[in-house]
Design a protein around this ligand. Sequence first.
Ligand code: SAH
Ligand code: SF4
Length: 350
Amino acid sequence: MLLNIHDLNVTELQTKLNELNEPGYRANQIFKGLYSSRWKKFDDFTTLPKELRAKLENVFQIWSLKQVDFIKSELDETTKFLWQLQDGKRIESVIIYEGNRVTFCISSQVGCALDCKFCATGKMGIIRDLTPGEIVEQVLVMSEQSKLPPTNIVFMGMGEPMLNYDAVMHAAGIFSDPEGMCFSRKKITISTSGIIKHIYRMADEDQPYSLAISLNSVNQPVREKIMPVSKKYPIQDLLIAAKYYTDKTQRRVTFEYVLIKGINDSEDDAKELIRLTRGIPCKINVIPCNSDDPLYQAPNWDQVEKFDQLVNQSHRTITIRNRKGWEIKAACGQLYAENESPIRKRKISV
Ligand code: SAH
Ligand code: SF4
């Protein structure tokens, strides 16, 4: 079976080229060809000798994602893509246009193991992790199809990026490599439901990407109910990890807060959110819940604004994320791809 060339970083490419008795410097040329020139077949690599191109053809494939479908919102041009991976599994990713911002929302796993009750991806269970190449290719293909180049890349599509940490960091490294896609590190956001051990890892490894933590409730029993992962990683510990991250990196963290009617939208919730996040340099991003499930509905707009105002009074930076793409099921928490094989509700160790 051919290797996916997008799965390799420059160092790994060098090793592979050495195995093929080729000089390591060719790796940089190949890397540039793939990510700077965005060549899509080995014939395009005119910087390489013909014999090497033929050798590469025998070892690598250059493309693994197949676009199965795409749908564009008539309201706001949000575009959702459905991809088929080589083993037939399917994932989605989204482009969101907002003023000058063009956000690519990408997936890190096929499905998700964490079963947050308000999230469509959680209903899929976990099928498998994506490889670095499958993550990178989402951005490569969407860049071609987008009206404008991305200003932001967010790991807020399907899956929990911290549970596919190595592949996610590998892909983010390719996005931000000056010889690669040369994308600003601060504009790459890793969003986590709160896998604490990897928040510490990200801080200690000095990974310079933005971190978003999906807090979603400030009440431990409620959070456990809607986000079972919270049993293993309680709110108090999560906030300590967030503070550690901000101290270590000197960066703000973003707390995502999916606002759900009757569950986490009360005045007391807003006050507790203010109290718990005191002392942590942060932004708070409120996302009115997008769900078909009658148990997990967004509050009415007045309630959303009231919550916003309460938090705002505490001088926290708070934004309300609008629901772009909701009518094509492309908004936060709505990504769900039908997969032919039965879904494995695999028990995982988080
Ligand atoms: N697994 C990661 C990243 C993917 S989810 C995480 O949970 O952070 C991306 C964002 O969508 C998270 O902030 C999550 O809380 C939010 N989300 C999930 N379901 C949602 C829904 N039904 N409505 C609005 N936001 C939702
Ligand atoms: Fe997984 Fe994030 Fe959805 Fe929770 S919100 S099920 S962690 S994708």
